[in-house]
Design a protein around this ligand. Structure first.
Ligand code: ASP
Length: 342
């Protein structure tokens, strides 16, 4: 008998399912059942589709670790019954969610693909239909009864990316996402072109392991010329703070002033984890390449290599949530866990 994949659509909210409030003109989430009326083409797909929606769909600006837990739970509790999952999500924080889910879902052997759109599904020029239909097609692609794509992906504007490699780069264009340091995994044209050699290797371990504990006592700090020592000290001195993602210049460079280095040194000494990522839109941190990063390396700053800020902050939450021992933390962060860094 021919294999027919069963796909679960999980609607969390976002523009894809929004409509204009007639009074205020603002976009707000609408009833998910209308999605099916808007895309009757879903019936034509060669797979079975079921859907489930957040009771109250959200604008993804309201996303948080607790809601990531809800999404992970929806996937985990339906894992045995479905062959793949497509998560409809607002674009604003989609890369954060894709990154978080990649760490939360260990030994993933089925596709989890996030998608959304820049224009609501009911809009005449909407990008929602192509995004949704192709995301489902990719999720249902099987070979010898096995899902071909076995990781957390993000599909947008003709490209499937590894989710934890993406970042939102445009608030208006249909090409809203980029994967600056890793090529796309599937390209949609007349045919779907799979870059199979770039996929994560399939896992032999059958049991999905879900990590629900994320520790959000973290912060992203972007350097800028003139960053003030007292501000830095105040931030690093927040008593509950456990880790920061420091967005540095170029290949991981930072001021060499005494006040800056001393503040960092004290914080690290007190047990704060500091992750060095570049604020450039692509490329990698290489501590020690310049004099301005050599000292960071000596202080025990952790290299984020070519990770995105979105993946760095969620990986930090994940490793803290797992209570990773202090002595293992640096190595754990600098090791690729889900293909998020080279
Ligand atoms: N504000 C919306 C959201 O992220 C934008 C979108 O969906 O594109 O939920």
């Amino acid at each position: 008998m021919r294999f027919k994949a069963k796909i679960l659509l999980i609607y969390t909210g976002g523009t894809i399912g929004m409509s204009k409030d007639l009074e205020t003109g603002a976009l707000k989430a609408f009833d998910f059942s209308r999605l099916w009326q808007q895309i009757p083409e879903l019936e034509q797909l060669d797979c079975e589709i079921e859907s489930v929606s957040f009771e109250k769909p959200i604008d993804s600006s309201n996303m948080n670790p607790e809601i990531w837990g809800t999404i992970a739970k929806m996937i985990a509790s339906n894992y045995g019954q479905f062959d793949g999952f497509v998560v409809l999500h607002g674009t604003d924080t989609m890369s954060y969610t894709a990154s978080a889910l990649s760490f939360m879902l260990e030994n993933l052997a089925k596709p989890v693909i996030l998608t959304g759109s820049q224009l609501p599904i009911g809009d005449l020029r909407t990008d929602a239909k192509e995004n949704l239909i192709t995301a489902i097609q990719i999720a249902s692609h099987h070979d010898k009864g096995q899902a071909v794509f076995q990781e957390v992906g993000l599909y947008f504007e003709y490209k499937l990316y590894r989710g934890n490699r993406t970042t939102k780069v445009n608030a208006e264009h249909f090409k809203a996402f980029n994967s600056p340091n890793y090529p796309c995994l599937v390209e949609s044209g007349v045919h779907l072109k799979w870059n199979s050699h770039l996929l994560l290797p399939h896992t032999d371990i059958q049991n999905l392991k879900v990590h629900y504990q994320l520790d959000a006592q973290v912060l992203i700090l972007k350097l800028f010329p003139g960053i003030c020592g007292t501000v830095l000290q105040a931030i690093l001195g927040i008593p509950t703070l456990k880790g920061i993602v420091l967005e540095t210049y170029g290949t991981g460079n930072a001021p060499t002033s005494h006040s800056f280095v001393e503040s960092l040194q004290q914080a690290i000494h007190k047990g704060l984890y500091v992750i060095n990522v570049t604020q450039c839109s692509s490329g990698s941190v290489d501590m020690g390449h310049y004099e301005t990063s050599r000292e960071l390396k000596e202080l025990g700053v952790i290299s984020g290599k070519d990770i995105t800020t979105e993946a760095a902050i969620t990986k930090l939450m994940y490793l803290l949530g797992k209570n990773t021992p202090k002595n293992d933390f640096k190595l754990a962060f600098e090791t690729s866990l889900r293909g998020e860094m080279n």
